[in-house]
Design a binder for this molecule. Structure first.
Ligand code: NAD
Length: 246
């Protein structure tokens, strides 16, 4: 895998952290597939950052296969996969959360990450191509917030999957790592951030005193995907302003 000019697939690449990743990899000279279930947003982001739009629903294996075929045809085989697509889908205490919300979050965050990892890694193995996978987790996997148990459970599962995938894929030269952000300014959290009391409550939990920007997250992802991280696999690294310390 060359230092640049790699084929990078970013799921959920149309918005927020995914968009910042698409911009960061493009700036490194990589060819980026902006893969998103929102076709219009994927095209908009790809157009603005110089990537290639791919409409892909991570919850649907047929859509994933079709999306990967399109990436292979347009850009070539995937060298770097970032499993970034994720949703919160709602919030609520365990005793009252509708199971539909739980099912949605599991389908996108966990089953989606599993499905895309399986499909991309199978092609890498079949082609005997080394590669790198980075899963976007959350510090919620390790630190609970009331009302987000459904979401946090999926991210803890993604961390477990990261370690197993790292172990199983290491003999094939495929590294698998995770990045676990604390709260980040993105469309996902926009509603929360507009509420001054909610925002202050989140900021009060962060020793460095501020909510992250997407620009705080992207450099660790590009590093983990790079040859400089060639001996790093199975790690899930937090970018949280110290929130896990308290
Ligand atoms: P976002 O809502 O801005 O972007 C998520 C993108 O994923 C959207 O473009 C959406 O269309 C896409 N998506 C949703 N379902 C999909 C599906 N089934 N198939 C393909 N694409 C799909 O969110 P974000 O804040 O940028 O979150 C990105 C990742 O970072 C998520 O995995 C999220 O859990 C994680 N994360 C976010 C925060 C935060 O505070 N924003 C904190 C920790 C972790």
């Amino acid at each position: 895998m060359s230092a640049a000019g790699r084929v990078v697939l970013v799921t959920g690449g149309a918005s927020g952290i995914g968009r910042a990743l698409a911009e960061a990899f493009t700036a490194l000279g990589d060819r980026v597939a902006v893969a998103d279930v929102d076709a219009a947003a994927a095209h908009r982001t790809a157009g603005e950052c110089g990537g290639t739009a791919v409409t892909l629903d991570v919850t649907d294996p047929r859509s994933v296969t079709a999306g990967l075929d399109l990436v292979a045809e347009r850009l070539g085989p995937v060298d770097v996969l970032v499993n970034n697509a994720g949703v919160v889908a709602g919030s609520g205490l365990l005793v009252e959360l509708p199971l539909e919300v739980f099912d949605t979050v599991v389908a996108v965050n966990l089953r989606g990450t599993f499905t895309v990892t399986q499909a991309v890694a199978a092609r890498m193995v079949a082609d005997a191509r080394a590669g790198s996978i980075v899963n976007i987790s959350s510090i919620g996997a390790r630190q609970p917030t009331a009302g987000l148990g459904h979401y946090e459970a999926t991210k803890a599962a993604v961390d477990a999957l990261t370690r197993t995938a790292a172990l199983e894929l290491a003999p094939h030269g495929i590294r698998v790592n995770g990045v676990a952000p604390g709260p980040v300014h993105t469309p996902m959290t926009a509603g929360l951030m507009e509420d001054p009391a909610a925002r202050e409550a989140w900021e009060a939990r962060i020793p460095l005193g501020r909510i992250a920007t997407t620009g705080d997250i992207a450099p660790l992802v590009t590093f983990l995907a790079s040859a400089q991280a060639g001996h790093v696999t199975g790690a899930v690294v937090q970018v949280d302003g110290g929130q896990l310390l308290v």
